[in-house]
Design a protein around this ligand. Structure first.
Ligand code: TXA
Ligand code: MG
Length: 339
């Protein structure tokens, strides 16, 4: 199979190119497309065979459900059996945007999309290309992040190409994504609602709109394994570069990281570093949390390409966006050093 790369202008998506991609979706083919978070690997959510092909292409376990992307707020109510009062508030405030809402599914959604669960994850992305594509396809688009299972999520079309060159029919190149980490996932079928995955929309922001929400236990103790994950994605080791990732946290994190880097370099190791200050000329320097989120996955992929032996990462405070960033790093880490 030959992959077509369609370069589309995110500010003014060219209708003929959108149409070309939408036709593929309608035919049951896979199309990778940009969202404001990361790139997605999309298929017609109502086409069981097409959705099956997403799982195959990614090597994704069949028990890990997919997010269904929609282009209009009101489409939410066509796909769920029950929308609690707070739904409208959430949609009004955060859509389009990086919030995925898990709600009771209705019969329109094939079981394969939700991995047999009675709940479906819905999201309206804030990206012109994604919205035009969904509208032109005339169907909701089921899409996980467009990476091979176990690889960091893609924040550029080049990342998608690395994983799926000539393995899927079409990749839309809409440039670098804004946020760099995946959407916030909130389950509104529980009372209070449960945060399943932190993202760019923070717990604090959600609570301002709908009051108290619960953190899934898995998020409080990310290093311990819970028995029954509420979000099947939680039980898989995710977002991992090939080299072992060592996360250093606490007050003296930067000093400790600097020492560790020296030790490894003395041993002749090729060290990848993500830090708040420069340690070596190649250090990926993080200026603030938003910048951290944008850089993280691209840095992991670059370290892979550069065949690093070890990756040292400086932790940040687990508040606001920091909670989401630390969640991703913790999942990638094989060791956490507390200072
Ligand atoms: O930002 C994003 O959310 C990106 C873009 C492409 O939209 N998508 C994404 O999809 O990150 P994926 O498949 O990589 O992650 C979806 C997460 C997984 O952890 C999955 O287990 C969870 O959402 N999820 C999906 N459906 C669910 C459901 N019905 N119940 C609970 N968790 C669900
Ligand atoms: Mg993913």
């Amino acid at each position: 199979m030959k992959t077509i790369l369609l370069k589309i202008n995110p500010k003014k998506p060219q209708p003929s190119l959108i149409q070309q991609a939408a036709t593929l979706i309608k035919q049951g083919q896979l199309v990778a497309f940009p969202t404001e978070t990361v790139y997605g690997l999309g298929a017609d959510a109502f086409n069981t065979q097409a959705v099956q092909n997403i799982f195959k292409a990614k090597g994704r376990p069949a028990d890990n459900p997919l997010i269904v992307h929609i282009a209009k707020k009101k489409e939410f109510f066509n796909l769920t059996t029950h929308a609690p009062a707070l739904t409208k508030k959430l949609i009004q405030k955060f859509w389009p945007g990086p919030l995925t809402i898990v709600c009771w599914k209705n019969d329109h959604i094939p079981d394969i999309v939700t991995a047999g669960l009675p709940k479906v994850a819905l999201r309206m992305p804030k990206n012109n290309i994604a919205l035009h594509l969904i509208t032109a396809a005339g169907t909701p688009i089921a899409a996980p992040s467009a990476n091979l299972s176990g690889k960091p999520s893609p924040t550029t079309a080049e990342h998608v190409l690395e994983d799926f060159h000539n393995a899927i029919p079409c990749i839309i190149d809409g440039g670098k994504t804004n946020h760099g980490i995946e959407s916030t996932v909130l389950d509104i079928t529980t009372q209070p609602p449960t945060l399943l995955r932190p993202g760019s929309i923070t717990k604090e922001q959600l609570e301002q709109v709908i009051g108290t929400i619960t953190l899934h236990p898995h998020l409080k103790t990310p290093t311990k394994k819970t028995k029954k994950p509420a979000s099947p994605g939680m039980k898989y080791r995710h977002y991992s570069p090939t080299a072992p990732v060592i996360l250093v946290i606490g007050k003296k994190a930067h000093e400790r990281l600097t020492l560790l880097a020296q030790t490894y370099r003395k041993k002749g190791k090729n060290v990848g570093i993500i830090s708040t200050k420069r340690i070596t000329p190649e250090t990926v320097i993080i200026k603030h949390p938003k910048h951290y989120a944008q850089q993280l996955y691209a840095a992991f992929r670059r370290f892979d390409a550069e065949k690093k032996d070890v990756i040292l990462v400086e932790g940040i405070a687990e508040q606001g966006l920091g909670l989401s960033i630390m969640n991703r790093i913790t999942k990638a880490a094989s060791k956490i050093i507390k200072t």
